[in-house]
Design a protein around this ligand. Sequence first.
Ligand code: GUN
Length: 284
Amino acid sequence: MIRAQLLDGTKCASDITVQIAQTVAMMQGRKPAIAFILVGSNPASQTYVRMKKKACATTGINSYLLELNAAISSCDLLNQIDRLNKDPNIDGILVQLPLPTHIDEKHIMQAIEPTKDVDGFHPINMGKTLLGDLSARVPCTPLGIQTLLEHNKISVSGKHVVVVGRSNIVGKPLAAILVQKNPRCNATVTLCHSSSEHLSKHTSSADILIAAVGKPHFITQNMVRPGAIVVDVGINRIDGKIIGDVDFANVASVASWITPVPGGVGPMTIAMLLKNTLTCYQNL
Ligand code: GUN
């Protein structure tokens, strides 16, 4: 039995996308533009980039796709990034991850001009995010989670937020954002990971539980406090189906709010990419 209300990411993302499209339509002259770099032929990455490009098209943001061979050298990839860094007609650059193993992702992320870093992965933006500097480009998934909660009038201030997963893309920046001394944040944050002892004890004490582990149905009903708010960041492909990190059917019977998968955090990540691109354009 589903008791929880749905945190509808599709609806929220659609509202934001409409607003962005209206802003872009009012712009005189050059429209915002983003360049996607896709290295190799990872099917999931191809799908993500296709979805991101499609979202750009619906808002009037121009997008360009640079498809590069998996065998490209780091040096050649860096040259491409340098060219886009210097191109005054490009506001945002996104290098889709993961990259082939012979390329050092950290090195590549550092090569993107921080003011064009729509992913917010550059160390300068990550550092600013940690410091609460509002000039940072903030990573899209954490920003999307924060926006989805706010859109549903759920405040994290003073609440115990338990994040499961310490990735550089989601867990670490999300914890850094929600703990900021700021009325939009002010959460008490616990960041759990694969070596955390007594994981259920931590997750059961969450007012807001965020699952970003990348393991299908990892969060089960017994790990969730009745009435908790549950946000599922997982996108796990099993037999052609997308499965979240949360055992939705059972957890939804005890939670007060829950994100569906698909249709929860995923669309919000894409909407925040559009928002970050617009911000880069406005700042350039
Ligand atoms: N691969 C998985 N998620 C992401 C993301 O948010 N940005 C980039 N660039 N690559 C990813």
